[in-house]
Ligand binder design. Structure first.
Ligand code: BGC
Length: 807
């Protein structure tokens, strides 16, 4: 008997059932009698949060999944996975709750930044490579959220009405690809599909995933998604998370005893959990599926992915790359230039050890500080650096909340936990006056003892005038500044999920301060044993007002050699838990871009957003660089790209619409959201006038597409670097019926590969054309015979070479 069968045979029904539900928020119970340790799970997907409060044990923060997909590079996605697998092992986590492979159906979707692409092939290839990288470290993954969780509005209850063809050809396709590549886990979504909630969906979980695709891993519910006993157990779900609200436990034991759930069904689930435990090395006697663990430098990988993901969508007169030797003044503006938004909101949030803002990255690079040399690309500029002056003006501040208190004006930031009577349980220095944790308290602290949480810090104002201090969070608070109690009472209680993700309320308090005169600020929260904590001290220095801010930025731009404006979204715009209502940039950022561009024709706009935003000013500026949520090394990678040490390697993984009306709606009607567009999603709908098309992105060199031929069901494409610099080209292969067929898109992505070449060099790529590319779902996969047009392309609208192919 195998180790797994032996372990299973040793368990009684109660113990088997116990193993199928969370012990707490993140773990499954240990069963020492069979040598099974507790399985620990944690989010995902851009960093490994860990399951408790460890401000002294930060997490590497990689760029957003949209950025990873924009690299179109499965090898880099695999490296990203390896970094996260490595992080998981370091933090004692066995299963990473990622990757998120729902599709970019609508850019209004709040978790758009957390998914890869509107295209199922690109999503599947990036997701499969990422999964492989994580699992190579002996750490499991849960490919999520199975399936059609493509927006957030009413996500717990919405029923997605989607036709069989679209479901198979688009939404299930990435899951099929990644499960086929060997994923050990899948997470069942909150939503329903065609009338059945996903945690009970026997057709999709048992029929498609387990039987048809042969999935041998475990299906875990999204957190609190499982609501029933027998229907969920019989519908294919294996594990219910978390412990709170668990509908299994004793109820499942009773359901087995009454015959409502066959015991073999429970056994199958337990077998899957034990198989997972064996794979991740927590079942005695089983050989874990581990290769030698990697020792990657997470920060260096974050920086490389960021630079490789940035998409240069416009570069009039080849303004970029900037020549550092000729720069005397660079005028930087935008609130996000100093306070970079490096990750999206929700369960994906991690706390990195450092964040390099665009302003810091550019200032450091232009001061001649050493930068990471990117192999094969000119990094010689560091030698010719002069001391260019970098000026900074906020210009426009879209943040709805004041920023969290942090250096340089704040020092001695400390978090303290106390028991009743004031006894100190834990104390830690913090980088900013912000505490957030979901799950366990710090090591060694008994959660039941916690009575008071406090943040204290010293503010040394840089300017005299009316500052604003703020409490951000929810709960009972006391805020003191020096001898004054500014507030005592309840701030806010979250009453729906989106408020939890929005970080709840903010209360501001004006305070007259004198430059250089330090004051101690303490924020105290009362409340026993909190499982979810999120609160902060905010601080805004005196402001001259929005009109004056715009004037300042325009004036500084007028004086400079080049202007760099950083614009983007805020945590109130892009997050798990709610959808967007508009793609427009928040606040007066559009106005800021127009003002700066009018003042200086050499204006570069850096877009710091995880998903599409509108750009009414697109034609007014010389260059536009999309940087997604770029992860902790944001500013370092930005400097690499703006100054030419690295080429912006990204290509759009999703169509960027020109106006809100072009985004598919995400609001359900009578509890249902109909995917009426069927298979005509994104570029497959052949949009007439996108702002930027799927696949688009400029590098710093030129490419000639020299030849295309079809050999043995593969496209053989030769491209030549005809420009002055080394570079990379993502060669995209589209196919479509030669005679238009109204039931199918005009063309779809069938493959892609990357060429890297020196100036003058040619590269020949062989890109396989899989059978699936010629099939439709019609009760089964059916190859559609006929003549197809195969196109080798730079983007979906910039197609360079064509070849017919008869099937
Ligand atoms: C999210 C999942 C996440 C889970 C645990 C849920 O709200 O939808 O993606 O893995 O929470 O944090």
């Amino acid at each position: 008997m195998s180790v797994i069968e032996e372990a299973l045979a040793a368990l009684d029904l109660e113990t088997k059932v116990k193993l199928l539900s969370g012990k707490d928020f993140w773990t499954l119970p240990a069963i020492p009698e069979i040598g099974l340790r507790s399985l620990v799970m944690s989010d995902g997907p851009i960093g490994l949060r860990g399951i408790g409060w460890r401000p002294d044990d930060p997490s590497v923060a990689l760029p957003s999944p949209t950025a990873l997909a924009a690299t179109w590079d499965p090898a880099l996605a695999r490296t990203a996975g390896q970094v996260l697998g490595q992080e998981a092992r370091r933090k004692g986590v066995h299963v990473l709750l990622a990757p998120t492979v729902n599709l970019h159906r609508s850019p209004l979707g709040g978790r758009h930044f957390e998914c890869y692409s509107e295209d199922p092939l690109l999503t599947g290839e990036i997701g499969a490579a990422y999964m492989t990288g994580v699992q190579e470290q002996g750490v499991g993954t849960t490919v999520k959220h199975f399936v059609a969780n493509d927006a957030e509005t009413d996500r717990f209850t919405v029923d997605i009405r989607v036709g069989e063809r679209a479901l198979r050809e688009l939404y299930l396709a990435p899951f099929e690809r990644i499960v086929g590549a060997g994923a050990w886990g899948v997470m069942a979504a909150y939503n329903g599909v065609n009338g059945s909630t996903m945690t009970e969906h026997a057709d999709l979980q048992l029929g498609v995933l387990k039987r048809e695709w042969g999935f041998d891993g475990f299906i875990v519910s999204d957190w609190t998604a499982a609501r029933t006993t027998a229907p969920a157990a019989n519908g294919g779900l294996d594990v219910v998370m978390p412990a709170v609200g668990d509908p299994w436990g004793e109820a499942l034991v009773a359901a087995v005893r009454s015959g409502a759930v066959p015991e073999e069904v429970v056994d199958d689930k337990v077998r899957r959990v034990l198989r997972l435990a064996a794979r991740v090395g927590i079942l005695d006697g089983a050989t874990p599926a581990v290769v030698p663990p990697s020792t990657l430098d997470g920060a260096a990988v974050a920086r490389e992915i960021a630079a490789r993901s940035f998409v240069l969508v416009r570069n009039e007169g080849d303004l970029l790359p900037l020549d550092p030797a000729r720069l005397r003044t660079v005028a930087v503006s935008g609130a996000l230039a100093a306070d970079a938004r490096v990750q999206g909101g929700g369960s994906a949030l991690v706390q990195p050890a450092r964040v390099v803002s665009p302003l810091d990255g550019l200032t450091a690079a232009l001061a001649g500080e050493p930068t990471l040399a990117v192999p094969g690309e000119g990094s010689a500029y560091a030698a010719v650096l002069n001391a260019a002056t970098v000026t900074y003006a906020v210009g426009a501040d879209p943040r709805q909340r004041v920023p969290f208190a942090a250096a340089p004006q704040w020092s001695d930031i400390t978090g303290v936990l106390r028991a009743a009577g004031g006894r100190e349980l834990y104390r830690t220095p913090l980088r900013s006056a912000y505490v957030r944790w979901m799950g366990d308290p710090p090591p060694g602290v008994d959660p039941d003892e916690i009575e008071v949480l406090s943040l204290s810090a010293r503010l040394t104002p840089a300017e005299s005038g009316t500052h604003e201090l703020a409490i951000v969070g929810f709960g009972e608070f006391v805020l003191t500044a020096g001898d004054h109690t500014l507030f005592e009472g309840p701030v806010y209680r979250a009453n729906d999920e989106s408020d939890v993700f929005r970080g709840a309320g903010e209360r501001r308090f004006p305070l007259e301060l004198t430059a250089g005169q330090a004051i101690d600020v303490v924020l105290t929260q009362r409340g026993g044993n909190p499982g979810f904590v999120s609160f902060a001290i905010g601080h805004a220095p005196p402001s001259p007002g929005p009109d004056a801010l715009l004037d300042e930025a325009a004036n500084a731009a007028a004086e400079a050699d080049v202007a760099v404006v950083v614009v983007g979204t805020t945590e109130e715009v892009e997050s798990e838990g709610f959808d967007r209502t508009t793609l427009a940039l928040p606040g007066r950022q559009d106005e800021l871009v127009s003002r700066v561009a009018a003042a200086n024709p050499r204006t570069v706009v850096v877009v710091n957003a995880g998903s599409p935003v509108l750009m009414p000013w697109a034609d007014e500026v010389a260059a536009i660089l999309l940087t997604w949520f770029p992860g902790q090394e944001a500013g370092a990678a930005l400097a690499d790209v703006l100054l030419g040490a690295a080429e912006p390697g990204g290509r759009l993984p999703t169509t960027w619409p020109r106006r809100d009306a072009d985004a598919l709606p995400v609001t359900p009607t009578d509890g249902a959201l109909a995917y009426d567009e069927g298979v005509f999603l994104g570029y497959r709908a052949d949009p007439a006038d996108p702002l930027f098309p799927f696949g688009h992105g400029l590098g710093y060199t030129e490419w000639a597409y020299e030849s295309l031929s079809i050999e043995d069901r593969a496209a053989v494409v030769t491209v030549r670097n005809t420009g002055p610099r080394p570079g990379r080209e993502v060669v995209q292969l589209y196919i479509g019926p030669s005679t238009p067929d109204a039931s199918r898109p005009r063309r779809w992505l069938a493959g892609f590969a990357t060429a890297a070449a020196e100036p003058g060099e040619a590269v020949t790529l062989r890109i396989p054309l899989p059978d699936r590319a010629f099939q439709v779902w019609d009760g089964g996969w059916q190859t559609v015979p006929g003549t197809y047009t195969v196109e080798a392309a730079h983007s979906v609208i910039d197609r360079r070479l064509t070849e017919p192919l008869s099937i």
